[in-house]
Each structure stands twice: as C-alpha cells, then as structure tokens.
Design a protein around this ligand. Structure first.
Ligand SMILES: O=C(O)[C@@H](CO)OP(=O)(O)O
Length: 292
C-alpha cells in the first residue's frame, strides 16, 4: 500500500496544461478525469556494479553495496533517463538497487526528490507522512519490494564463481546461473524467482502503467531477466541467452496492454537522436522550456 497522498501524486508531468488537448498520443494528461494517457514509460535498470560483482562472488539475496564504479554507473544511467517522465520508482529490498535508483534520480531534470516509502507498519506509515502538498508534488515515491530481490543463490552465495566452476564444471554452473527451471543447491531457479518478481510486477506495477503513471524499476540481473521474459514474451530457451549489464537503463513503452522495447536511452551528451516517441519528445521539449 503506497502511503496515502501519493495516490494523487501527479508526478513530473504538471508541466503544462493540455487538459483540453484532444491529441490522443499526448502523455501530458493530468491524472484523470482530464485526458487519459495513451502510452507510458517503463524504465528497467540493473543495479550498478556491487562489491561482490567486483570480487566475482555469487551474491543472490546477500545485501552488499555498490562499488565506486557502481555509483558512477548509477549516476551515468541517471543522465541517460533524465528526460524521461517518471511518477513511481520501485526497487528491491536490497541496498544495491536502492542506491542505484536514488543516485540515478539525482540526475533527473524535473528535480524531484526520491522519498523512500516506509509502510511496513501503521506507525511507520504515520510517522513518514508528508503534510505539504507542494513537497509531495516535488517528490518521487520509491517503493521497496522484497519480491524484486535478486534470485536467492542458496549454497553458492559468497563463493567465487571461478572456484565453483572448477569444483562443479562450467556446464553445471552455467545451468545453475542461466537455465529456467534448474535451481542452484538450496537456491531459487529462475522460474521460482519469476513467480515472485513477475507476480509483483503484474499486481503492483503494471496497474500503475495502465493508469497512466510512468515507472522505473531498479532491480537485479535475474529478477529483471524474469520481468523482461514476461514483457518480451521470451521462451525459457530464449531467456537463457539474456544478459543484463550493470547500470544500463532499458526503456519500454507501455501502450494498450503491450510493451514496446525501445532499447537503452543515450546520454544527453551523446550524439544522435535517441528514438523517442512523440510524447516523450514533447516531454523533453517541456523540460527544455522549463530550464530556459
Ligand atoms: O551473483 C548474483 O547474484 C548474480 C548477479 O550478479 O550472478 P549471476 O549473473 O551469475 O546470476
């Protein structure tokens, strides 16, 4: 349950009044009942490099922070998504995904403040209330969900990946790391991880997109592989070859129940025009006009 008050959170799109705009492709719609948004942005980002990525250790559900390089990757990712509208941010319960989200959001051009939601109890919810509507409008709710955690790697957690390959053989380790239904010893298979991660995405995140809200999900290699498998309708054979780099944002456009893959946004300093949709280009134009 997102803390009350954020439900009327209008996010960064209170930029200009298109309420009377009949353009069906315009995502500038305000929250209902003005203009229903036709398409919304979904950004997926794997956390930046973690301290156990750097040591090449199986991490899984162990809660390790980012390295300095991982911090830099998160900030660079923020530059690449700084022109894309956002209303809600989801992370896992693990610090490496939360660090990535809040560091990336420091680069967003709408200058909103990420607020980590504390709704694990009625008291936590009450004590973390924001009473200023203006402060609320200048914020992003960041919702933490354990269901988006990295797959639990069981008895491999903490072991060096090369050491494990020598002990059990490369084929066996590749099967544990990348197959769909074969779990590592005492760990989760990708299928088991998918049941919680995709289950959460369908129940909590997809309805946000359907209601016209733009969302970023900062999570993990395998929990995101599950979600991408769902978005792109990949088979359990195709997902074996899906690899995600640390700290690289991926953009999808949600429209009438389907997800269109738009690849990874380019940074503002990079040459070339990233294939924005018309409505994202209009949003970027509004940000440009705001910052003049
Ligand atoms: O160790 C882990 O948690 C994961 C992601 O870093 O490793 P792999 O890519 O081997 O699934």
């Amino acid at each position: 349950m997102i803390s009350p008050g954020f439900h009327d959170f209008n996010g960064p799109l209170q930029l200009c009044n298109h309420a009377n705009d009949s353009n069906p492709h315009n995502i500038y719609a305000f929250s209902p009942p003005f203009v229903r948004r036709v398409e919304t942005a979904l950004i997926l980002i794997r956390h930046g490099e973690s301290m156990w990525n750097e040591k090449n250790l199986f991490t899984g559900s162990v809660d390790v922070p980012l390295t300095r390089r991982g911090v830099e990757e998160a900030i660079e990712a923020g530059k690449r998504i700084c022109n894309i509208p956002l209303d809600f941010v989801y992370t896992s319960a693990l610090i490496r995904s939360q660090m990535t989200a809040v560091l990336a959001l420091t680069q967003h051009r709408c200058k909103k403040v990420p607020i980590i939601m504390h709704d694990c109890s009625k008291q936590a919810e009450a004590w973390s209330q924001i009473y200023s509507d203006e402060a609320k409008k200048q914020s992003f709710p960041v919702i933490r969900a354990w269901q988006l955690n990295e797959r639990m790697y069981g008895e491999l957690q903490g072991w060096d990946k090369q050491e494990i390959s020598k002990r059990y053989g490369k084929e066996q380790v590749h099967e544990w790391r990348r197959s769909y239904d074969i779990p590592p010893p005492e760990g989760e298979s990708l299928e088991m991880c998918s049941q919680r991660a995709v289950g959460y995405f369908k129940e909590h995140i997809e309805p946000q997109l359907q209601s016209g809200k733009h969302v970023m999900v900062a999570a993990h290699a395998n929990s995101l592989r599950c979600i991408i498998m769902y978005l792109e309708k990949l088979t359990s054979c195709e997902v074996i070859n899906l690899e995600l780099s640390t700290g690289v944002p991926l953009l999808y456009i949600y429209k009438e129940g389907s997800f269109m893959k738009r690849g990874s946004p380019v940074g503002p300093s990079e040459a070339g025009v990233y294939a924005l949709t018309k409505s994202l280009a209009l949003y970027r134009q509004e940000l440009d006009e705001m910052s003049c």
